[in-house]
Design a protein around this ligand. Sequence first.
Ligand SMILES: Cc1cc2nc3c(=O)[nH]c(=O)nc-3n(C[C@H](O)[C@H](O)[C@H](O)COP(=O)(O)OP(=O)(O)OC[C@H]3O[C@@H](n4cnc5c(N)ncnc54)[C@H](O)[C@@H]3O)c2cc1C
Length: 558
Amino acid sequence: MKLSPEIYKEFEEIVGPRYISQDPGVLETYRCMPAQSSAHYGPYWDHMTPTPMAVILPGCTEEVQGIVRLCNKYKIKFKAGGSFWGAMAYIGSDYSIQLDMRRMRKIEIDVKNQLAIIDPYVNGAMLQSEAMKYGFSCNIPGVGCSSSIVASASGWGGVGPSTVCSGGHKENLCALEWVLPNGELLRTGTAGSGDGWFCGEGPGPSTRAFLTASMGVCGEMGVVTKMAMRLYPWPGPAVLPSTGTVPAYKAALPDNFRCYTVCFPSWDMWAKALTMCYDSDLVYLGHRQFNMFGRDLKGAMIRILTDPDKQLCDLEELLSDPEVKRQTEEMKLEFQIVLAGYTKRDMELKEAILQEILKECDAWLSSMMLEPDIENWALLYLIRLGHKNLNYVMCGSYEGNFGLNPNLWVSASYMEEAAAFKKQWEDTHTSIVKNGGDSEMGSFSFTGGGGAVGWEFFVDFDAYDKDSVTGACDFIDETEKWMAERHLGGDMGRSNKYLRQPNGYDWPQEKHNELFSKVPQPHVFAYQWKVREAINPNLLGGSYYRTLDPEMIPENKR
Ligand SMILES: Cc1cc2nc3c(=O)[nH]c(=O)nc-3n(C[C@H](O)[C@H](O)[C@H](O)COP(=O)(O)OP(=O)(O)OC[C@H]3O[C@@H](n4cnc5c(N)ncnc54)[C@H](O)[C@@H]3O)c2cc1C
């Protein structure tokens, strides 16, 4: 579909000719191939998200508001994207335009209130390096430092290795500025009452839940144009001292920083150690990270990634090296932690607590990960999260599945069974990477202080090979059944299946009505329907915001 020349001209008058395009080459780059990304609703072969009618790059809040008002005038759907890591940033219907927020990238650090006021395109790397100059750092979600903070906070999750210590984006979110889908401008919390940016709840309108819900509204409810994010203390230098060369960058930090890989004899001890970390406020960052390469491959992969002279083609040789084998076996069940001491005594205390955990949990430290070059590589990896391309390194694409959460003890009790289930599939099929079954990765916690966890198993496949994509899809179908049989909820690899159709388009409202009228608590979705009716009367979003027409609530639940 195309915009009429008259409507195109009206948009052009808002942003200027340089910042709007309907060039087919440009439009094509704003389409997502769901076989390529971890979209959690596929992967599916042979389709892409629809082509937008135009791509527009607004430069300020007034321009965003002008665009949204025009969209309402002509009933054109729209969606804003940050760094476009996720399929949810892409439009889902033909009569739609795409907003790319990359021109809006200002950062202001409010030292007194320990927060940053940021534009929508500010990503984790930009904010962190600015914050470090003032002795602060920020939460960076597991998707990595190249992702937009505003997108993660309002559009999706926002959790990662730092969340256990710093809180997730939704916890850190203070006041914000928001162009509602009807074109009105809303400033929430203290920004709404003219009292600055330090509080999202008031004095001033408290509407955070409308925007963030539990997983964010995926760009379906207007455009956030400014946001205040709480920062947290950084006891390190003003600039991260990175050394080395691609891809083996490292950070040689002072002695008050250590990165350890803690290894366990059983999942029970692994879970016990995690709770001890929560209880003692031990960690600055906590993640089970490098196991994403798989239980059998991780040692060899770490050797390759920390040595700029090695390549993936060295994998076979490294796998047959007895010392690499021993080290890989040594860290079969493990997690990574970063300790950061605010003073010398604080660091001594943290080291002593770690020793106590090792003793109580029959645990040990991985010898390979203590090699100075590897420790410094892992430190930079976890603090900056700038190596996220490595999520795709195996063969170009992956989907996270199982998603054993949120209870730590329940998920730990199923982890080995899940790994064996995946290993059996790997041993009998060629569609996914064979890496030892257990390729589970995830953050210590979805909330600050510890608690709910989210563990995903990496299912690596080749996005350009039909058999590999459909084979990965078949495996996820099987794990869905496995999860359902054990009453563990849906499989993570399909958690977005009701948000976008397999063909890349939005689901119609009838489908959401059919689905959400059957859930145990349909009123939740009927409430969201009312919210949407109030601020998005022209329905200019897609189907990522789950709604149920209240008329469709079953009689026995009214
Ligand atoms: C490989 C991979 C790993 C991931 N790992 C994690 C993880 O560990 N933890 C986690 O929490 N998430 C994770 N995710 C999901 C990720 O957090 C989201 O995709 C995140 O929002 C990425 O940031 P982005 O800038 O690319 O956002 P985008 O993909 O550009 O946008 C994300 C959503 O926010 C909306 N949005 C963007 N800008 C605005 C705006 N200004 N106003 C309103 N809405 C907006 C978009 O429409 C979209 O729906 C992962 C995704 C991938 C692909």
